[in-house]
Design a protein around this ligand. Structure first.
Ligand code: 13P
Length: 243
C-alpha cells in the first residue's frame, strides 16, 4: 500500500498559480512508496490535468448535467482527467450544511462516474470535549458508507475539525485511537476491501510534524491544507515521510 500525500488547496490559486506550482513541483523526487494527489478548485482543472498529476475536485454534485447552478459535474471532472474526489470535508459539512446522507449519495455518484472518493470524517472540539469522538466517527462512517461496495479506490481521511487550519495538531495518541477505530470499522464492514483502503490524517500537517505522524499506528496518508500551497512546504512533507 502506498502512503498517500494529498494536497487540499481549498479556495486558493488561480490557473496561472497552478501552472507555476507544478513547474516547481515537477522537480520533486517522490519515492515509489508515496502517491501524491491534488484536490484543486474546479477552475484549475485544466492546468492540473495538463501537469500530469493525480488530481480531483474538492466536491461534486451527484449528477452528470442539469440545472444545478454553481455545482461541479463529476462526469465533466472525470472527462477532464480527474481520478479522485474529496467527499464530506468538514468545511462542506459546517459551512454548507452537508449531511451524512448527502455524503453517501456523493460517494455513490463518484463511483458511478469513475472517481475514487476520499471520505472525510472528524469530530468538532465540542464533540471531543463531550467524549463523543468515536460516536461521531461511527455515525459518519455508517451513514456515509451505507450500501457502498468500493468499485475503485476508496479511502478515509480523519480530520479532527479543531486541528484544521489552527496550527493545533492532534497528539499521536488521539490520532492512533481514531485511526484504529476507523480501521476496525472497515475490517468489519468491508472485509474484502479494507486492506486496500488508506486512512489519511489531516489537520495542521507540516514538514516538522510529518515524520512522527507518518509512523503513528494506522496512519497511511495525509490530507494537507495550508502546507500544500507552497511547493517547498509540500515537498518538505514528502521528504519527512520518505525519511
Ligand atoms: P490544514 O492542513 O490547513 O490544517 O487543513 C487541513 C485540511 O482541512 C485538509 O483537508
Amino acid at each position: 500500500m502506498s502512503f498517500i500525500i494529498a494536497a487540499n488547496w481549498k479556495m486558493n490559486k488561480a490557473p496561472q498559480d497552478t501552472v507555476e506550482f507544478f513547474e516547481t513541483f515537477r522537480q520533486t523526487k517522490v519515492a515509489d512508496k508515496i502517491k501524491t494527489l491534488f484536490f484543486v478548485p474546479a477552475v484549475n482543472a485544466l492546468p492540473t490535468s495538463q501537469a500530469g498529476v493525480n488530481w480531483g475536485p474538492q466536491n461534486i454534485f451527484p449528477a452528470a448535467t442539469g440545472a444545478f447552478t454553481g455545482e461541479n459535474s463529476p462526469k465533466v471532472m472525470a472527462d477532464l482527467g480527474a481520478r479522485y474526489v474529496l467527499v464530506g470535508h468538514s468545511e462542506r459539512r459546517s459551512l454548507f450544511f452537508e449531511t451524512d446522507e448527502q455524503t453517501n449519495i456523493k460517494l455513490h455518484s463518484a463511483q458511478e462516474f469513475g472517481l475514487s472518493p476520499i471520505l472525510c470524517v472528524g469530530e468538532t472540539l465540542d464533540e471531543r470535549k463531550q467524549g463523543l469522538t468515536l460516536e461521531v466517527l461511527q455515525r459518519q462512517l455508517v451513514t456515509g458508507l451505507s450500501n457502498l461496495t468500493p468499485s475503485n479506490e476508496l479511502h478515509i481521511a480523519y480530520e479532527p475539525v479543531w486541528a484544521i487550519g489552527t496550527g493545533e495538531v492532534a497528539t499521536t495518541e488521539q490520532v492512533s485511537e481514531a485511526h484504529r477505530f476507523i480501521r476496525k470499522f472497515l475490517q468489519e464492514k468491508l472485509p474484502q476491501h479494507h486492506q486496500k483502503m488508506n486512512i489519511l490524517y489531516g489537520g495542521s500537517v507540516k514538514p516538522e510534524n510529518a515524520n512522527e505522524l507518518s509512523k503513528t499506528a494506522e496512519v497511511s496518508g495525509f490530507l494537507v491544507g495550508g502546507a500544500s500551497l507552497k511547493p517547498d512546504s509540500f515537498h518538505g512533507i514528502i521528504e519527512a515521510v520518505q525519511g
